[in-house]
Design a protein around this ligand. Structure first.
Ligand code: MV4
Length: 445
């Protein structure tokens, strides 16, 4: 068991890691930029190290500063949280070289899954359904056109080193391909320093369904069922829920067992998420995230498993204590991401929170590092809190979420709470008729 874990993150996820450490009797080390000196993750950690100025590139993304903080605090392990360095294979490799346990999968698996076209080729070998398209990167414009003709338009160009929707371009006809191909390539080079692209059949109206995976160091891998994450705006998830209203028990079994098969094929260790696109009865591998995700509380609520504790136990070599047949779905869970942003223009709205009151009551959980008087900085992402509810049914869960949103007081800055209420009151949403186009349609009215 680790004696001390350094949390290489900030905000609500840093606090979440610290809670898990406390419950396991493990000391925690917080790292912070100078403007985060008064933040809650610093306050609740056993010790803290200032690693640089506000700019992420000079603090939370600065590998030498983080490794130095681990050395001087004598930490046995580092938890990367999500974002920042959590899917950076070089960082995981440097931790290994410095004999510091990286709480996550191996650098090799992080690198493999980080290359979206290689990940797809690997999953295809594992017998996981993938979206028809190029076998790896497309080598030329001519090849892109010929594959597109084979699978028929519309098709979508994606950056091999991209992910999360960055650098994607939908192409509806052959005469659009030349410009789209060149634009996508230059965007990919600019964003990821890698201009390689892969091509797929474009699914017009899919759902985003992802499966939570948990593995130990001995080849034991289980799934913790799925999450529905179709309510997104510009590839930023807004509302997540479990289980998905679209899946029948048979489909759930099929998609979750497929995810486990893919994870076993790459000897996956620790927590991970396999993302699928679901399109009227068919599902296709999209990407695999090799980290804990923002929306993990939704899965914790329906399975009663603490995913952060599970990650730490897996990383320190404990054998998986859960058997797949024991994993049950109890009730329904939903998460609303509360962002410091203008609710209708989506522009960031940093500033000082003058009143902060979180809702409570049965089935309500708030994961946040905000408090009355704290300042939401423009340097970091706008997530202020995750409001998570659980209830016996989806309808009860929606009612509970509405009540919780209406009793959440955040004054001094604007938030997207009004948008969440607008979504929850929408008839199609209440009927579970959601796809990745839902929000675009709702906002275009
Ligand atoms: C797609 C797609 C339709 N067809 N791929 C990939 C990254 C992910 N965040 C968005 N991606 C998509 N890939 C094919 N072949 C539609 C999307 C998509 C999407 C997927 C899931 C959730 C929200 C989305 C919003 C826009 C586009």
């Amino acid at each position: 068991m680790f004696r001390k874990i350094l949390v290489a993150n900030r905000g609500e996820i840093a606090l979440r890691v610290i809670w898990a450490c406390k419950e396991l009797g493990i000391k925690s080390v917080a790292v912070h930029s100078d403007i985060d000196a008064d933040s809650l993750h610093v306050r609740f950690a056993d010790e803290s190290v200032c690693i640089g100025p506000a700019l992420s590139s000079q603090s939370y993304l600065k590998i030498p500063a983080i490794i130095a903080a681990a050395e001087i605090s004598n930490a046995d392990a580092i938890h990367p949280g999500y974002g920042f360095l959590s899917e950076n294979p070089e960082f995981a490799e440097i931790c290994r070289a410095c004999n510091i346990t990286f709480i996550g999968p191996s650098p090799e698996v992080i690198a493999l899954m980080g290359n979206k076209s290689e990940a797809k080729k690997t999953m295809k070998k594992a017998g996981v359904p993938v979206i028809p398209g190029s076998d790896g990167p497309v080598k030329s414009l001519d090849e892109a056109i010929s594959i597109a003709k084979d699978i028929t338009f519309p098709v979508i160009l994606k950056a091999s080193s991209g992910g999360g929707g960055k650098g994607m371009r939908v192409v509806y006809s052959e005469n659009e391909m030349k410009d789209a191909f060149n634009l996508a390539r230059s965007e990919a080079m600019a964003s990821f320093n890698d201009d390689s692209l892969y091509l797929e059949k474009y699914l017009e109206n899919p759902r985003h369904i992802e499966v939570q995976i948990l593995g130990d160091k001995y080849g034991n891998i289980i799934h913790l069922n799925e999450r529905e994450c179709s309510i997104q705006r510009r590839h930023q998830k807004l509302i997540e829920e479990a289980p998905s209203p679209a899946l029948t028990p048979a489909l759930r079994k099929q998609i979750c067992e497929t995810a486990v098969r893919g994870a076993k094929f790459v000897n996956y260790q620790n927590a991970g998420t396999m993302e699928f696109l679901y399109d009227n009865g068919n599902f296709y591998f999209m990407e695999m995230n090799t980290r804990i995700q923002v929306e993990h509380p939704v899965t914790e609520n329906i399975t009663n498993i603490d995913l952060l504790i599970s990650q730490i136990l897996s990383a320190c070599g404990d054998k998986m204590i859960y058997k797949q047949k024991e994993i049950k779905i109890v009730g329904h869970a939903m998460e609303c991401r509360i962002n410091a942003e203008d609710p209708f223009y989506f522009t960031p709205n940093p500033g000082k929170i003058t009143t902060f009151h979180t809702p409570g009551g049965p089935g309500v959980r708030v994961d946040t590092a905000a408090y009355t008087g704290c300042v939401i900085s423009p340097y970091y992402d706008s997530l202020i809190a995750k409001l998570v509810t659980r209830a016996p049914t989806r309808q009860d869960c929606i009612s509970r979420m509405k009540r919780a949103l209406e009793s959440f007081i955040i004054e001094g800055i604007k938030t997207n709470i009004p948008l969440h209420l607008k979504i929850l009151e929408n008839r199609k949403f209440k009927m579970g008729k959601i796809s990745t186009k839902f929000l675009e349609e709702l906002l275009s009215r």
